[in-house]
Design a protein around this ligand. Structure first.
Ligand SMILES: NC(=O)C1=CN([C@@H]2O[C@H](COP(=O)(O)OP(=O)(O)OC[C@H]3O[C@@H](n4cnc5c(N)ncnc54)[C@H](OP(=O)(O)O)[C@@H]3O)[C@@H](O)[C@H]2O)C=CC1
Ligand SMILES: N[C@@H](CC=O)C(=O)O
Length: 331
């Protein structure tokens, strides 16, 4: 009897294909792709047509599918698919930061109600394992600050403008053809993508969920309107300010000093600094966007899931206790 993991895949674009091809290459003895749900079958004539469907219920109602991997490019549709999967008794891995950030409280409740697991390491900073690090290494240590470069496309644009002297339009076209940019690139250049990622990081680091409207965003156009000297190392920095009772989240362009560690983070690479009470500062650095970077995180989630890993969101409990203390309420 085969003890392969049966998965159902939603989406076969840049990331979906990264996951599909890496499973074929490295894990076909352990993972069986049972069904792939897509939108336009005509785009996927290279894939065995028996695997493909446009009907989500062929995944959701297949009791032999243990795990759903959700990799579509529409946040609202992804939210519905994740919720339906959890409710149909399936665990889920997603890389959809819009869906996760907009509905995180709902998904935490749904995991508690169904006993099912949702993992989403690929939603933030590609292959950089930051969510799992916040959940495990920092579970009991107070995090005092967090900042980083979390959008590969804007970082790619800034590097291309500064180092390779490309025009904005040419640089954006390259970010799109490399698969770094979202299918709607305004999500990257207007700071939405970085905002969603920062909301997810803030939840796992500080135990609160903010809405995207609460994130202060500077768009790439607003940055360029200030006529910055593009020969300088500008970086788009996502930052959580956690002084006081409320978290403040911002996405802003900063000219980094030459000696700053962020200055050497170029093109689609990402970096995140975590400041904490005992460790001081740790910086994570690595591939932030693209098919393989994200597939690596998705597949890592899959093998963690197999071992029973789930997020325990311990910072939410710690934040409640912290707020009680601030308000003078005894524990
Ligand atoms: N690109 C990257 O570097 C990263 C992307 N992500 C996230 O991963 C997700 C996928 O991104 P990416 O692969 O780049 O996107 P693409 O635009 O390349 O692919 C999207 C895929 O979703 C499919 N799709 C859309 N709607 C549906 C639906 N309702 N049901 C089934 N399939 C559907 C499309 O089908 P069809 O092909 O038939 O049109 C397509 O295969 C997004 O949430 C993105 O934010 C996360 C980290 C990095
Ligand atoms: N569009 C995103 C893709 C990865 O999350 C980015 O540019 O970082």
């Amino acid at each position: 009897m085969s003890n392969k993991i049966n998965i159902g895949l939603f989406g076969l674009g840049c990331v979906g294909r990264g996951v599909y091809s890496n499973i074929q290459k490295f894990y076909s003895d352990q993972i069986n792709i049972k069904k792939i749900c897509i939108k336009h079958p005509g785009k996927h004539t290279d894939i065995n047509s028996e695997l493909l469907t446009t009907d989500a219920s062929e995944v959701l109602e297949d009791s032999s599918i243990d795990l759903v991997i959700e990799l579509i490019d529409n946040g609202a549709e992804a939210t519905a698919l994740i919720a339906q999967s959890l409710r149909s008794g399936k665990d889920v891995i997603s890389a959809n930061k819009a869906a996760i950030a907009n509905s995180l409280r709902f998904f935490i409740d749904l995991q508690n109600q169904t006993g099912k697991t949702l993992l989403y390491e690929g939603a933030v900073a590609g292959a950089v394992p930051v969510i799992r690090l916040l959940e495990s290494h920092y579970a009991n240590e107070k995090i005092t600050g967090l900042e980083g470069i979390v959008n590969g496309s804007t970082n790619y644009l800034l590097s291309k403008l500064r180092l390779d002297k490309l025009t904005f339009d040419d640089a954006l076209a390259q970010a799109q053809s490399n698969g770094f940019a979202e299918s709607d690139p305004s999500l990257d250049i207007d700071g939405w993508d970085a905002g969603y990622k920062l909301i997810i990081l803030a939840a796992h680091a500080f135990g609160d969920t903010l809405s995207i409207e609460e994130v202060q965003r500077t768009t790439f156009s607003e940055f360029l309107e200030q006529a910055p000297d593009l020969s300088k190392p500008w970086k788009c920095i996502a930052k959580v300010n956690n002084e006081g009772e409320n978290l403040e989240l911002s996405i802003d362009f900063k000219e980094e000093p030459i000696a700053s560690q962020f200055t050497s983070v170029e093109y689609e690479l990402n970096a995140i600094k975590v400041h904490s009470a005992i460790a001081g500062t740790n910086m994570l650095y690595g591939s932030g966007a693209g098919a393989n970077a994200t597939a690596s995180a998705v597949l890592s989630d899959l093998f963690q899931w197999k071992k029973g890993f789930r997020y325990d969101y311990s910072k939410f409990y710690q934040r409640k206790e912290y707020l009680k203390k601030l308000q003078g309420i005894p524990a």
